[in-house]
Design a protein around this ligand. Sequence first.
Ligand code: SF4
Length: 146
Amino acid sequence: MKKEALLVSACLLGEKCRYDGGSKYCARTEQLAERYELVPVCPEVLGGLSTPRPPSEILGERVITIDGRDVTAQFRLGAERSLEAARKAGAVKALLKSGSPSCGRGLVHDGLFSGKLVPGSGVTAALLEKNGIAVYTELDFEPLER
Ligand code: SF4
């Protein structure tokens, strides 16, 4: 029987696509390959940003790098391309990296690079949810393991 598709933040699978050139490998995420067809995406790379890149945070309706560049368009493009990848694979669930201005769900950094988290979601997580895709993070994905 064909496995259900699950969109996954590529950095959780060990891809070195984070802003600092590293990954956020999570063995539990990789183990989900036993029951799901994992579909890795990195929205920021899909949006045309390079790796490494300056860190970004959401400030109001915009996404701004630590050195003041507006990267909202790249973040939105990456979100659209991630949604397209989910639709193409038939994924109705996603497991994304918490805290990221693209992938985070429920809490994101405050836009001031202060290290403080505030309620909100990353650009991709928000777009996926708006389009009916259930978003989990590596902090709360027990339901995907049942
Ligand atoms: S955009 Fe998402 S997938 Fe890409 S590095 Fe950041 S958290 Fe990971």
